[in-house]
Design a binder for this molecule. Structure first.
Ligand SMILES: [Mn+2]
Length: 321
């Protein structure tokens, strides 16, 4: 069993990193470990190196200390990778991994082969934060460390919704709440809080959306003109497609957004029956069975018609089975 604390006792300089395009669990686990080291090992120099952190995760305390470039030759005697399923996912930080005297990997991805000197991979855990929490002395976890862990857990478990959520997940979350973690504030901040513009844009999208295939497909087309009017970028549409998907009777949701070059980005989601990645692959895109996408610079109504026909074909195959 990996003994993180005894490794920290021996360390002098620690570099902490996670995967490319960091998400809440990645940022949360890295920052939680950073706080834990700063709070309990004042002689250890620790730094977190990640690609730039999306705004919604900056409510995790201390993220302003994250170093987002990988240009220098900073040496360390201990490198700790969190939430990164293979070394390639460390991207720029891999050079510090290679140069380190000792490496540790803490993760929950089933595909992780164990690329570090010491590895703890728990595929049944909800999050890297849950795995990390099990290695720390809970009596020495500060409020800032607890906030970081809690944020990672809610992000990767969809606020305790996904099947990876276990009794253990809830017990750890309970211990973190006892530290004073502002649960509602964090959940609102990460999942529900939008800007005024994003709220109005969501309203506009829902207003313009339309059903087809007997109410089983729900689509929305956002032209560049609308994006320009709202001063919106593609990220401002995040969450819109789930509003379409989580509609009674709907099996497949399609969100189409146009950019200034006339390129149309198709995002697709399905609930139970349609393999949307199969459809998106036809147009050079891809993804997962229930979430996929592609981009085309073509006759959008024609492409939309083909997508709709493919969704219908899959739905018809399900009902005749
Ligand atoms: Mn994760």
């Amino acid at each position: 069993m990996l003994n993180l604390l005894s490794a920290l006792e021996k360390a002098k300089a620690v570099i902490i990193s996670g995967h490319t395009r960091p998400d809440g669990d990645c940022v949360g686990s890295c920052m939680a470990l950073w706080h834990y080291i700063r709070d309990n090992y004042p002689d250890v120099h620790a730094q977190v190196r990640l690609e730039s952190v999306p705004a919604s995760y900056r409510l995790i305390p201390g993220t302003e200390n994250i170093i987002t470039n990988f240009d220098d030759d900073q040496a360390c005697d201990l490198f700790i990778a969190l939430d990164a399923s293979d070394k390639a996912r460390l991207v720029g930080a891999a050079r510090y991994f290679d140069a380190a005297d000792h490496t540790i990997c803490i993760d929950h991805h089933i595909s992780n082969q164990g690329y570090a000197d010491e590895n703890l991979v728990c595929p049944q855990a909800s999050s890297a934060c849950e795995v990390l929490a099990g290695l720390l002395d809970m009596d020495r976890v500060s409020l800032n460390c607890a906030i970081a862990l809690y944020t990672g857990i809610i992000c990767d478990s969809g606020v305790f919704k996904y099947s990876s959520t276990s009794r253990r997940t809830m017990e750890i979350a309970g211990q973190l709440l006892e530290k004073g973690v502002p649960g509602q504030q964090l959940i609102d901040g990460v999942f529900y809080q939008k800007t005024y513009m994003q709220r109005k844009l969501l309203g506009r999208c829902l207003q313009d959306s339309f059903l087809s295939l007997d109410g089983r497909m729900f689509s929305c087309i956002v032209r560049w003109e609308t994006m320009r009017l709202f001063g919106a970028s593609h990220e401002d549409l995040e969450g819109v497609i789930d509003q379409l998907r989580m509609t009674e009777g709907v099996e497949t949701a399609v969100l189409i957004s146009e950019d200034e070059t006339g390129t149309f980005k198709f995002s697709m989601r399905s609930n139970r029956q349609v393999d949307v990645s199969r459809i998106c692959e036809v147009f050079g895109g891809g993804g997962h069975i229930r979430a996929a996408g592609f981009s085309v610079k073509a006759d959008m109504p024609e492409v939309f018609g083909r997508v709709e026909a493919m969704v219908k074909e899959q739905l018809d195959a399900c009902t005749t089975d």
